[in-house]
Design a protein around this ligand. Sequence first.
Ligand SMILES: C[S@@+](CC[C@H](N)C(=O)[O-])C[C@H]1O[C@@H](n2cnc3c(N)ncnc32)[C@H](O)[C@@H]1O
Length: 262
Amino acid sequence: MIREILTYFSEKPSIAEAKSFGHLSESISLIAREKRCKKAWLSHRTQCIEFITTHLSEAVNFESVLVLGSGPLHEIPIDVLSRTFKKVVLVDIVHLKSTRESVSHLTNIEFVEHEISEIESSLKKEKALIEKVPVAFQNNDWGLVLSINIMSQLPLHLDSYIKKKLKNKFTEAQVQNFLEQVTANHLLYLYAFHCPVVLITDVETTYTDKIGTILQNDINYTHLAFPEVLSSWTWNVAPIPEFDKNMAMKMKVAAFVLNSKK
Ligand SMILES: C[S@@+](CC[C@H](N)C(=O)[O-])C[C@H]1O[C@@H](n2cnc3c(N)ncnc32)[C@H](O)[C@@H]1O
């Protein structure tokens, strides 16, 4: 915990929302969580890496690849990307120093700090539920775009910000509709790239008790129509007692290719 607090104060993210929306502390605790759950998360990490590696052949050129939600690079075959593409652009709201250092041996990596939903700053300033299909990076001639386990994260920070800072300003239905629009707009954003896009996201969340009885099962995106699922697996996100001493949480993760030219 002390190490995490020291890391928090030593990091200087370039985007104000990294702190005000809790992304910096979440990024630091993600690293700690990954260490605690290493064994449970290994097969998910491996499946992500294998799916991405297999689908690099979808690229329309090997000049550059854009990775959205690159985070600590646990699920990204970064050495393979670096060898395959002339330039690798990693986008996240936070790039911790430890992540930058872990790839300092690779000379064609560019880190970009950017808020991918493009609505956090307007929510903070205007205190309004603005809907927007993001536009950043769309004019580049990417060979391939990857969106890796970020889609479900986009509404979470907005939701907790609204609960904390804009309590009682909107109805529950308004907030729910707004949050659903955020993931719908991420999907529209991905479709708007001119190249193929690898999308990996959790699509279902299951809570079980100590003996594995299902207590609750949530379909994460009833409002979205996904293309054909090319691969799917279970991510043992929170084995007991990570999240709760009596309850485990698992997710079904699905992988897709949008805009395939094959
Ligand atoms: C589950 S992690 C993804 C892990 C990453 N794919 C990896 O290989 O380790 C989700 C990532 O989304 C990022 N993120 C969440 N909301 C974001 C936003 N609005 N803009 C940019 N990045 C965001 C987080 O900082 C985090 O790194």
